[in-house]
Design a protein around this ligand. Structure first.
Ligand code: ASP
Length: 334
């Protein structure tokens, strides 16, 4: 009896049954005026499916790490989002995928960059973290490693979608126009003008019942990117970061700027060293530092107490959250 009581007390000390999952499906020029009610409903359903998959794991006492991986897989399999199926095309008309995952408890991390035939790049990132002594693997090596470690391999044509192909054609048309006007910097990296362009990367951050944080991000990158271009999403500290002492972060936006700002780690550092709240740290970076350099985008972050933020300086960001008390929401616009 006494033993059972002691055991139960110990368990309660380790868990507080509080969890939270926050997700994004990319930030960018997402305007209500360009969205049909049907399309909006599909996006919201896609986000909801991802929240359901991840929160089921957290509810059953699973880890934040497993929850973010499962959440990302659902978004990767949904062709509406720029990750896995539905990834954007490179300038050469290929799909080159990046993903990363980080465990806030151990600070272990895994990432893959430029993979072309792994159905769910997040599972490859997880394999790098769990089954290798490395943090990041790229290209052919990453593909081989993923295949050897049980990740599903597909023909690259699996990733094709008409919508993304048309986005590439639009981007190329814009390129030629910009070249005419000699706007070289922005011609290389698409800064959308007037079509329904969006970044579309997917991300998830979670706090589990045991107080552990985890973050994961997956993307096709940016439409019309040059071959071999790697954005922030697979870079630990830029697109993804998690530390049980501070927060878990996943970013979306113009990757080059997120890399230059070490975005995700800087949010964590501001909390650790400047004692800012997760919201203040994220807002300062996304609303001030990022636009001051000329970049744009957003991020989601959750802290060790379950406080969270979804900051973005674009017209919209596909996003949502679900908490252990049942509170849940999916949103798109500002
Ligand atoms: N950050 C991603 C990249 O630059 C793009 C995105 O968030 O949609 O590759």
């Amino acid at each position: 009896m006494l033993v059972a009581f002691a055991f139960a007390t110990a368990l309660t000390a380790q868990t507080n049954s509080k969890y939270i999952l926050v997700i994004h499906g990319g930030a960018g020029t997402i305007l209500k005026s360009q969205m049909t009610p049907e399309k909006e409903a599909l996006y919201k359903q896609g986000l909801q499916n991802a929240l359901d998959a991840g929160s089921k794991i957290l509810k059953q006492g699973g880890t934040a790490l497993d929850a973010v991986e499962a959440t990302i897989m659902v978004l990767e399999n949904d062709s509406l989002f720029n990750a896995g199926k539905g990834a954007v095309f490179t300038n050469e008309g290929k799909n080159e995928l990046d993903a990363s995952i980080m465990d806030g408890k151990t600070l272990k991390a895994g990432a893959v960059a430029g993979v072309t035939n792994i159905k769910n790049p997040i599972t490859a990132a997880r394999a790098v973290m769990d089954k290798s002594e490395h943090v990041m693997m790229a290209g052919k090596g990453a593909e081989l490693f993923a295949a050897q470690n049980g990740c599903t391999v597909v023909d690259p044509s699996y990733f094709f979608t008409t919508q993304r192909w048309n986005d590439l054609l639009d981007a190329k048309r814009e390129d030629s126009l910009k070249a005419l006007h000699k706007d070289s910097t922005k011609a290389f990296l698409k800064q959308p003008d007037n079509h329904d362009y969006k970044y579309g990367t997917v991300g998830a951050v979670a706090l589990d019942m045991y107080g552990n944080l985890a973050a994961a991000t997956s993307t096709g990158g940016m439409t019309d990117k040059r071959y071999g271009r790697i954005g922030d999403s697979p870079i630990i500290g830029a697109g993804t970061y998690a530390d049980n002492n501070t927060c878990a972060v996943s970013c979306t936006g113009w990757g080059e700027y997120f890399i230059r700002l070490s975005m995700a780690k800087t949010v964590s550092d501001r909390m650790e060293f400047a004692h800012e709240s997760v919201k203040d740290a994220a807002d300062e970076m996304i609303m001030k530092k990022l636009p001051s350099l000329g970049g744009d985008g957003g991020l989601i972050a959750v802290d060790k107490d379950g406080n969270f933020t979804m900051s973005f300086d674009t017209d919209g960001m596909y996003r949502g959250y679900i908490k252990s008390d049942g509170e849940s929401k999916v949103e798109i616009y500002k």
